[in-house]
Design a protein around this ligand. Structure first.
Ligand SMILES: Nc1ncnc2c1ncn2[C@@H]1O[C@H](COP(=O)(O)OP(=O)(O)O)[C@@H](O)[C@H]1O
Ligand SMILES: [Mg+2]
Length: 231
């Protein structure tokens, strides 16, 4: 097991009452599994993904990530776990605008203190995602699909044990989305990462092993898609 959520609640203070955004979430993810979290806008998908990745804290409950109880950790401790074990892909790419493609991909390696060989590894990953000719482009000089491919390269650069992606194709047209999606699954297979994707796209969700449906902050279904034909 690489991820475990136990009795997770997340609440925010509203105008005159508390807003419950995640309402007793329980699930476990096995190493190597690919999983989609789907549900209507506002159902708590992004909030849940952020908690699982250690970007935010639950109001109550326990999160275990790659053997570490991240819900009990300080910000610094969580940052250290994220650097070593986690990759994250955002809907809006979140590349640093003042750094080139290759420098963006190098960031996680430099944070890990692996500056030696970081550039070579970043270049190799950019080539893997088909951006061999774009090393020195700044994000503003790249298309949306190219930026998301840089962010895939960045997410895999620290050899994460688990990768989280929040609507990774949400800002891309269908054709470009498919390219990014295929790269994501191919890289995930090659590197044997665990993958948790939040998506609106049911076709994308259907390519994973398992779909968790959220509604109003609750899990309303948790379904394995691994077909019996594999047996
Ligand atoms: N920082 C915040 N403060 C207050 N409410 C928030 C905050 N972040 C998210 N929410 C609320 O939590 C709910 C779930 O948001 P989110 O996780 O972004 O949903 P989804 O990704 O499924 O669209 C929404 O109703 C949103 O308004
Ligand atoms: Mg969201």
């Amino acid at each position: 097991m690489i991820l475990e959520a136990k009795e997770i609640f997340k609440t925010y203070k509203g105008v005159n009452k508390e807003l419950t955004v995640l309402d007793n979430i329980n699930f476990q993810v096995e190493k190597g599994e690919t999983l989609a979290i789907v549900g209507p806008s506002g159902s708590g998908k992004t909030t849940l993904l952020g908690l699982c990745a250690g970007l935010d804290n639950p109001s109550s409950g326990i999160l275990n990530l790659a053997g570490e109880a991240i819900s009990q950790m300080t910000e610094n401790e969580k940052a250290e776990i994220r650097n070593r074990k986690v990759g994250f892909i955002f809907q809006n790419f979140q590349l640093l605008p003042t750094l080139t493609a290759v420098e963006n991909v190098m960031i996680p390696l430099e944070l890990q203190g692996r500056a030696d060989g970081a550039r070579a590894k970043a270049i190799e990953l950019l080539e893997r995602v088909g951006l061999g000719g774009r090393h020195h482009h700044y994000p503003s000089q790249l298309s949306g699909g190219e930026q998301q491919r840089v962010s895939l390269a960045r997410a895999f650069s620290n050899d994460p044990e688990i990768l989280f992606a929040d609507e990774p194709t949400g800002n891309l047209d269908e054709e470009t989305g498919l390219i990014v999606e295929n790269l994501l699954f191919d890289l995930n297979k090659e590197k044997q990462t665990t993958l948790v994707i939040v998506t609106h796209d049911l076709e994308l969700a259907n390519k994973t092993d398992r779909i968790i449906k959220l509604k109003g902050g609750k899990i309303i279904s948790d379904q394995s898609l691994k077909s019996a034909s594999l047996l």
